[in-house]
Design a protein around this ligand. Structure first.
Ligand code: ADP
Length: 296
């Protein structure tokens, strides 16, 4: 397996965490008036997107998205259905590669490495940048095997029992399942299944977790548990979450990006900023119209 070229420690925060070059340039470049300046968070970036455009065959789904996604924060992607949120999320770990006929233009760098460069191994990209989907999708295996399987496939040779316990604890599921790890993952409740999927993602030691509407299939109690978990996990991981639930974005995220499809149907970044500011004092009229429920 080819390794990603840029070696970075898997754990944050680090006091000496490097500010990636594009983020530094953005901060140090002569700045236009504050109101017209593209927003970049003050924290070091994990991802830098430069003019990212994306096509499914002839259909353009994303147009010229530029965005800095900071380390150890929750970044939410919001916008009406079909504006490209999931597509954008899947561009971050090359999950779209699995769809025939796609085309990507522009740049997605992860800790400074362009993940679409020819010498980058997409399998390694997906290990470091884990994903959790809308519908919990545990393997039809035991709870233990749900965690151990991926770790084993990824070459983990350490103490598997300890890894399973650690991952389940990190996903706030250990206390509920430790008595019977042989039980099928499919026998758990929806919320537990989603936490099992999060544990499975954590077991291969990623540093980013992408979440695509992780609570959309869950009841309110299970949803709040996942939100609590997100607040815990972000101490150690960088989280990017797609949500159609604006209250959820406001509750869990530090930064929010608002996307909207243009007349051709291609998703564009309309506004990006600290979540509180975007929800209480948006710069753009279109953001205000969306968050106040005037469309979408
Ligand atoms: P959102 O997550 O904001 O609802 P998506 O990223 O799922 O939006 O979709 C963006 C656009 O891309 C939509 O017009 C959708 O129909 C289209 N699209 C999504 N997935 C595919 C696919 N596999 N093949 C073709 N078009 C797709």
């Amino acid at each position: 397996m080819t390794e990603l070229r840029v070696r970075v420690p898997l754990r944050y925060p680090r006091e000496d965490a490097p500010v990636t070059e594009p983020a530094r340039q953005l901060h140090e470049a002569p700045q236009p008036e504050a109101w017209s300046r593209p927003f970049a968070p003050p924290e070091p970036s994990v991802f830098s997107l430069r003019n990212l455009s994306f096509w499914y065959g002839h259909k353009q789904a994303l147009a010229e998205i530029s965005l800095e996604i900071p380390v150890n924060k929750v970044t939410a992607l919001i916008g009406p259905s079909g504006c490209g949120k999931s597509t954008l999320l899947r561009c971050l770990n090359r999950m779209n590669d699995l769809i025939p006929g796609i085309r990507v233009q522009g740049e997605v760098t992860y800790h400074g490495a362009n993940i679409y460069a020819p010498d980058i191994d997409p399998v390694e990209v997906r290990r470091r940048i884990g994903m959790v989907f809308q519908k919990p999708n545990p393997f039809p295996k035991s709870i233990y095997e749900n965690i151990a399987f991926g770790a084993r496939v990824n070459g983990y040779r350490g103490d598997m029992k300890a890894l399973v316990e650690k991952s389940l604890r990190q996903a706030a599921l250990w206390d509920e399942v430790s008595a019977d790890l042989k039980k099928s993952g499919l026998a758990l409740s929806g919320g537990q299944q989603q936490r099992l999927c999060i544990a499975r993602a954590l077991a291969v030691q990623p540093d980013v977790i992408l979440m695509d509407e992780p609570c959309s299939a869950l009841d309110p109690i299970a949803t709040l548990k996942i939100e609590d978990l997100i607040r815990e996990l972000v101490r150690e991981f960088t989280i990017i979450i797609v949500t159609h639930n604006m209250q959820q974005a406001a509750r869990v995220s530090h930064y929010t990006a608002f996307l909207l499809a243009d007349e051709q149907g291609a998703g564009r970044l309309i506004e990006y900023g600290p979540t509180e500011q975007l929800f209480t004092n948006p710069r753009e009229k279109r953001t205000e119209d969306y968050i106040t429920g005037r469309f979408g």
